[in-house]
Design a protein around this ligand. Structure first.
Ligand code: PLP
Length: 397
C-alpha cells in the first residue's frame, strides 16, 4: 500500500450509506465508473473489474479463447499466479528465461515456441517494463497473442504507451502490495470486443439474467464468479486519482538513488527496457556473483532482498506446476487432458539456468513513500558503505 486516507473512508461511507453494495444493482456507479476511468487511464477500449490479479489473468485468457491444447509462455520469474492462471483455463504454461532486466527474455521466447504456442505473458515484474517491442515483433511473426501481466506495474508504461495496452489484453492487481490497492481487486483491459465479451460473461457465473446480456454478440455460457463490490469500486476510484502522484514520487525517489549512487565503483544497476516508464517501486542492482550480492543486501541499512529467495516468485518453487498437481479433481487437471498430450509438460528445477543465475546475483530495494523507510539519505549511505567494502575486498570494481 503506497497511499490511502480519508478520501477512501468517505467513498466507502457513501456506498454504505446508500445501501448500494452490489455492483449489479448499482449500474452506472462505482465499479462501472472505475472501469471507464481505468480504461481511459490505460488507453484501452474496455476494462473489466474482477476480484484480483489472478482472476484478471484467468478472465483475459478465457476471453482470448485459450484452453486445452494450447501452450502459453510465461517467465520463470513471476508470482506463481501467472502460471496458475494458464493452468486454470486448461492450457499448459511453458516456462522461459528472463534476462538482465528481470523480465521475459525475447530470445528464449522464440526458442520455446512450438506449433501449439498460442500466447505469451510478459510480466512487468517489480514495475520493470518488459521488452514489448521485441515481444510484439515475435508475436506478430508467429501469430501469437500477448497478455501482459501488469499486476506489479499498475500505471507503468513502455515507450510512452501504458503497460497493458501493448498486448491484446492486460491484467492488473489491486491487492495490498500493489501500486493501487483496495486490499483485494483486479482488472483486465482490452481493445477487442470479443475478448471483452467473453471475459465479461466468464467473470459473472450467473450472467444469464443480467440486463447486459441482450446486447452481447456471443451466447451466454456458464463459467466462474469473479465479481467485485461497489465498496471496492469506490476505493479504487479514489486510488486512481492518486496514481500519477504515487508514480511521479516513486520515480523521483528512484532517480535520487540512481543519481547519488551512479559513478560509485562497483555499482551496476539492473538494465531497464525503459527507465522513464518504470514504475519506480523497486531499485535493482546486479553483482558479479552470489556472494557479493548477499554481502551487499545484508549490509546494515541497505534493506535489500535477493530475488532467488522470493519464494513462489521463482519457478523452481512452483511445486504444484512442476509436479503437475493442479485442480481438485484429476479429470480437470490440464496435465491429464487428452488435448494436452505431447505438449511441453516436462519441468525441472534447473530448466532455466540463466534465470536462476541472474536472480542469485541481483539485489532489489523496494522503495516506499511517506514511511520511515522512504528516508533515502541513510539508505543511500548504507549502499555506498556496502559497495565500498566490496571494492576494498577486490570483489567488485
Ligand atoms: C506478477 C503477478 N501476477 C499475478 C498476481 C496475482 O494477483 P492477485 O494476488 O491480486 O490475485 C500477482 C500478485 O501478487 C503478481 O505479483
Amino acid at each position: 500500500m503506497y497511499r490511502i486516507g480519508q478520501e477512501e473512508v468517505d467513498a466507502v461511507a457513501r456506498v454504505i450509506a446508500g445501501k448500494t453494495l452490489f455492483r449489479v444493482n448499482n449500474a452506472g456507479q462505482e465499479v462501472d465508473n472505475f472501469e471507464k476511468e481505468w480504461a481511459a487511464a490505460i488507453g484501452a477500449e474496455y476494462a473489466l473489474c474482477v476480484s484480483g490479479g489472478t482472476g484478471a489473468l484467468i478472465c483475459a485468457l478465457a476471453g482470448m479463447g485459450i484452453g486445452p491444447g494450447d501452450e502459453v509462455i510465461v517467465p520463470g520469474y513471476t508470482f506463481m499466479a501467472t502460471a496458475l492462471a494458464v493452468a486454470a483455463v486448461g492450457a499448459i504454461p511453458v516456462i522461459a528465461e528472463i534476462d538482465d532486466t528481470l523480465t521475459l527474455d525475447p530470445r528464449d521466447v522464440e526458442e520455446k515456441i512450438t506449433p501449439q504456442t498460442k500466447a505469451v505473458i510478459p510480466v512487468h515484474i517489480n514495475g520493470f517494463p518488459a521488452d514489448m517491442e521485441s515481444l510484439t515483433a515475435i508475436a506478430g511473426k508467429y501469430g501469437l497473442k500477448i497478455l501482459e501481466d501488469c499486476c506489479q506495474a499498475d500505471g507503468g508504461s513502455y515507450k510512452g504507451k501504458r503497460l497493458g495496452s501493448w498486448g491484446v489484453a492486460g491484467a492488473y492487481s489491486f491487492n495490498d502490495y500493489k501500486i493501487l490497492t483496495a486490499g483485494e481487486g483486479g482488472a483486465m483491459v482490452t481493445d477487442d470486443p470479443l475478448i471483452y465479451e467473453r471475459a465479461l460473461v466468464f467473470h459473472d457465473g450467473g450472467a444469464s439474467f443480467r440486463p447486459y446480456t441482450s446486447g452481447l454478440s456471443i451466447p451466454v455460457f456458464a463459467a466462474q464468479q469473479y465479481r467485485i463490490s461497489e465498496v471496492t469500486g469506490a476505493i479504487l476510484r479514489v486510488q486512481l486519482s492518486r496514481l500519477e502522484g504515487i508514480l511521479s514520487d516513486l520515480r523521483a525517489l528512484k532517480r535520487q538513488y540512481m543519481e547519488e549512487l551512479s559513478g560509485e565503483p562497483g555499482i551496476t544497476f539492473l538494465r531497464s527496457n525503459d527507465i522513464d516508464g518504470d514504475c519506480g517501486t523497486t531499485l535493482g542492482f546486479i553483482f558479479p556473483d552470489e556472494a557479493s550480492a548477499q554481502a551487499f543486501a545484508g549490509t546494515d541499512g541497505v534493506m535489500g532482498g535477493i530475488p532467488i529467495n522470493s519464494g513462489k516468485h521463482v519457478y523452481s518453487n512452483w511445486e504444484p506446476i512442476l509436479n503437475h498437481n493442479i485442480w481438485h479433481h484429476p479429470a480437470f487437471n490440464p496435465f491429464n487432458l487428452e488435448q494436452n498430450k505431447g505438449l511441453r509438460i516436462d519441468y525441472s528445477v534447473d530448466m532455466c539456468p540463466a534465470t536462476l543465475d541472474i536472480l542469485k546475483r541481483t539485489v532489489l530495494l523496494p522503495l516506499q513513500l511517506d514511511k520511515p523507510e522512504a528516508e533515502a539519505a541513510s539508505r543511500i549511505d548504507a549502499c555506498r558503505r556496502a559497495v565500498r567494502s566490496l571494492a576494498t575486498a577486490g570483489v567488485v570494481s
